[in-house]
Design a protein around this ligand. Sequence first.
Ligand code: TPP
Length: 671
Amino acid sequence: MAGMATTTPSSAAADLGDDDLHDLYRALLLPRLIEEKMLLLLRQGRVSKWFSGIGQEAVAVGVARALQPDDWILPLHRNLGVWTSREFDLGRLFRQLFGRDGGYTNGRDRSFHFGSIEHRVVGMISHLGSMLPVADGLALAGQLRGEPRVAAVFCGDGGASEGDVHEAMNLAAVWRLPVVFVVENNQFALSTPSTESYACRDLADRAVGYGMPGEVVDGNDVLAVRGAMLAAAERGRLGGGPSLLEFKTFRMRGHEEASGTDYVPADLVDEWAAKDPVARLEAVLEERGVYGPDERGILRDELRAEIDRLVKAALAWPEPRSTAEDELAAVWSAPSPLRRSPGGGGGGRGVRYIDAISDGLRTAMRADDRVVLMGQDIGEYGGVFKVTDGFVAEFGAARVRNTPIMESGPLGAALGLALDGFRPMVEMQFGDFVSCGFNQVVNNLAKTTYRWGAPVPVVVRLPIGGGIGAGPFHSQNVEAWFCHVAGLKVVAPATPADARGLLLAAFDDGNPVLFLEHKWLYRNAVADVPGGHETVPIGSARVARPGQDATVVTWSVGVPWAVAAADQLAADTGAEVEVVDLRSLVPWDVELVLDSVQRTGRALVMHEAPRTGGFGGEVASVIGEAAFGLLDAPVSRLGGLDTPIPFSKALEDVVSPRNRVIGALMELLAY
Ligand SMILES: Cc1ncc(C[n+]2csc(CCOP(=O)(O)OP(=O)(O)O)c2C)c(N)n1
């Protein structure tokens, strides 16, 4: 094969004693025998789905065996050999694979979709490519602590086309992270041959474009895999940055067992059957004159008996049982407050909203060195809004990290950092650009805790909203994209004090928190701000203006709009409208809202985002359900028109609900 490393089995085995070789053989054989059992169970209808790695075991086993126990591994769906090599409890692993209680996810996710911090393994989510940025974060954690630790992350020839793969490789190269990108090229992605997946000769050729070494390796030779991996890991440990290893192998069975292999040329299967990795290692054993057929036969029998015993026991385990309360509780991790510095500093009189955010961030950074910031231009430049101005001078470039222009990369890296004990914050340059990192937020950050219990203390700051003449791609309110996703907390402060207090609360929360900071408020909201570690509890609303004739429920920039409208109305008509500032959208303060509505009997829910599908619909619906009998008028809603935000301020005035609040309130009061 072109460019393939030329290591022969015997020379690659030179550093291994007879016992090491025997261990390696056992490690290679175990996943093969487990898979043979799985295929049997599949035929018996006792397993619903199986992605076979038969014939590819040398990649998973060779990679895992070359690494140190505290190196991270992020395997894929065919990499059973990683789990067996890291010595997961096989009984529990089978319970996981059979979807039983007592597995690693207790039925909350399937197959290898889980991780174990203890084993230094972070399993996949279904979305291919998504774990590569996570590996960057795990590698960065070691780098920040000065520990020589590597992260090895798997990717297929098909998945290698995903955008996350590019972002992760580029980020790792720019930051010289000790990541080994393991491309397991089995030549098919479902039915798509690799010739239709990429146009370069070898995927390893891409490495040069990222500025990292790349190598093509015989993926059916476990000794060659191990040798290449040892070298790449050593390079990473010594500060040489990432590597891309492309292991050429072949998928001997269907994509998954139900889908067949009609599209795979038979001669290719025969060609690769002759290169079977288990048989090849047996040839090396023969060459050495150790562990002959009889001993190998005994080993096989022993392993098969153990597998049969554990499978039988796992199948006898019950299905998972739970309650609504337990499932809801499993979505969230316990609070995990940052360390406190004495006094905490900060606060002041007449503070701008934007400075309050800076102040909160600085307080968190000073108190706890696990807080690490990532974002575009946030370093020396201080961020486009200057929130991190002066931070590099105080905290250093390692903790205030400029990223290349990417969103998914640092959002995924934040998950990796969080899994390894850091408290990352990612700044979106504009909230709108989170669309380029959507998958990392809604699938990786949001679902990890529920799936396998790991806490994900990540804060994402998103400058949102209009009113600054910034047009369709720099003005959006993105809350509705995320409030629908279980596992994300969403806050949207309206005042400087709440901005600082909610930001500190977000860091303490121990869960992913999206912090929506409004750009119009940055320099227009000015007020006194408490200092120290004063937090505003996530999930608590406040009455921004008291009144008894109607309630406006709103948040963010809607609060000053509603207060101004209420003041005007009071002056014009004498009606007193109460303004409730939600502050937090997930979770939101149903109790305070209902208390207000029960007193006033009328409710208007208002937000800057377009009305259709807006979060106001949720709030209005809950009010309607809970307080119908107490209302003097139907709950009404006011939002932006269902258009993108236009560039022209004159047009934005047409679209924005800002100038329609008084009219909506008068209608509500007149009902
Ligand atoms: C983002 C995304 N798109 C599509 C899929 C559906 N899918 C699952 S596996 C697969 C083929 C993957 O091929 P490859 O990356 O080469 O790995 P292999 O299955 O061959 O080991 C596809 C298309 C997915 N899981 N994720």
